[in-house]
Design a protein around this ligand. Structure first.
Ligand code: UD1
Length: 430
């Protein structure tokens, strides 16, 4: 089994290039199947989730040509079936986007119920409510979501909770529905806007993405286009926190600083220095971090996908901090692992009360999910001595070349799969 082995203690210093946004790439790859024309997509991150998604798309007859590591050409004129039961697809949450896209194009879809990170119960009731408002009949049968309509017609949808997935999914189906669809209380995340921009480039008429109300005027068909995916807000934020946690100096490049505002402002609050330029943000942490309070919220609030990273940072700060997780109830499972490293954190329901400690100490730990896995790696990089992180398959779902990018910043980290390789690393770094 592969694991990361880390020797902590060195501040991370240097520049790192941020890749395309995983959570924009997933729906955009899927949305590209809504036309029979060929679509070219650039800046696709080479991570497990996007690769699994493309594999599932190929299993139903979509032709995908990889022009280079981050550029793909997609043609979906010969989709064979609308039933997607690929064994891999059950493992990723974003498989639900196939329902919206196939429904829009063919008025029917059957997709295995989604899996994904175990960060709490993750219902899809809002997606279903949205589809039903478009005149679709939705039922769950034999582990699959089965959705069917005579034809899709525009509808008025109020999302009871702000949901990225439901907003994008309903938006995709609605672009090919007859008439106008209004989505109220829509998610405003940068990737929602990116998907809307992409759909518009294919000939859709989506207005208001990035605000609470999205208005979609259905069109008869979509056409081919070329599109580059936005930079990954969470990958960038993770490296920004790597600077804070290791008392380093990191410049994240190829980012959109506006998307990082909630992250930058928390870093400033806890005592880091921030320098912004057009496409880069530099984070310098020279002093002991200060405590603060954080509440995860939909965009433009502090992202739930950055919650483990900020908790790891606050675990090393001076004083007591409180982190409230408002979106997913099971997102503090990594705290037990962090406790092995010497942190002092008490979790009560969706609140973590953190008493900052001077330092972490290396330990053998496991990644419980994607973002927590990355955050634990950062803890290991700050810790005294050696840390091993198991279950790194979670981290690889969403971070391209994570260990390599960290090494580029001076980190002592390696991916190993045998005891011999682990000992070799320990001998090498001393
Ligand atoms: C997406 C992201 C995930 C991120 C999350 C919030 C992808 C593949 N994943 O997940 O990384 O953490 O947004 O930014 O893009 N909810 C319902 N009913 C539904 C749908 C959601 O009650 O039908 C609830 C969820 O339980 C959660 C909240 O709404 O409490 C937000 O979830 P949502 O934004 O939909 O998250 P995902 O799309 O699952």
């Amino acid at each position: 089994m592969e694991q990361y082995v880390i020797k902590g203690g060195a501040p991370l210093v240097g520049e790192v290039e941020i890749g395309g946004a995983k959570n924009a790439a997933l729906p955009i790859l899927v949305a590209a199947t809504m036309t029979d024309d060929t679509v070219l997509i650039e800046n696709v991150p080479d991570v497990r989730d996007t690769n699994v998604m493309m594999q599932a798309m190929e299993s139903i007859g979509v032709v995908i040509e990889r022009l280079d590591r981050h550029t793909v050409k997609i043609n979906a004129k010969n989709i064979r079936v609308q039933a997607v039961e690929d064994e891999y697809i059950k493992k990723i949450r974003a498989s639900y986007y196939l329902i919206g896209a196939l429904l829009g194009k063919y008025n029917e879809a059957e997709v295995a119920l989604p899996g994904g990170c175990n960060i709490g119960s993750r219902p899809i009731d809002l997606h279903i409510k949205g589809f039903e408002a478009l005149g679709v009949n939705v039922k769950i049968a034999h582990g699959n979501i089965v959705a069917k309509a005579d034809h899709l017609k525009g509808g008025h949808i109020y999302l009871d909770k702000v949901s990225v997935g439901a907003t994008i999914n309903v938006m995709m189906a609605a672009v090919l529905a007859e008439g106008v669809t209004i989505i109220e209380n829509a998610a405003k995340e940068p990737h929602v806007v990116d998907v809307a921009n992409f759909l518009n480039r294919m000939g859709a008429s989506v207005r208001g993405a990035g605000t609470d109300v999205i208005r979609i005027k259905g069109v008869a068909k979509l056409h081919g286009t070329e599109y580059a995916i936005i930079p990954d807000q969470i990958e960038a934020g993770t490296f920004m926190f790597a600077a804070a946690i290791t008392k380093g100096d990191i410049t994240v490049k190829n980012v959109i600083p506006k998307h990082l505002e909630s992250i930058s402002s928390k870093l400033l609050e806890i005592g880091c220095e921030i320098e912004e330029s057009d496409e880069a943000v530099r984070v310098v942490a020279s002093k002991r971090l200060k405590h603060t309070h954080v509440n995860t919220l939909p965009y433009p609030g502090f992202p739930t996908d950055m919650q483990p990273q900020i908790t790891v940072a606050l675990g090393l700060s001076q004083g007591t901090s409180v982190v409230t997780e408002s979106l997913f109830e099971n997102r503090f499972r990594y705290v037990d692992e962090l406790t092995r490293m010497g942190s002092s954190i008490k979790v009560e329901g969706n609140v973590a009360i953190i008493d900052g400690v001077e330092k972490y100490t290396g330990a053998s730990i496991s990644a419980p999910d994607l973002r927590a896995g990355a955050a634990l790696v950062l803890a290991g990089l700050a810790a005294e001595g050696f840390t091993t992180v198991d279950d790194i398959k979670y981290v690889e779902r969403g971070y391209e070349d994570f260990d390599e990018k960290l090494r580029g910043l001076g980190a002592m980290i390696e991916k190993v799969s045998t005891e011999k390789e682990l000992q070799k690393f320990k001998l090498k770094v001393g």
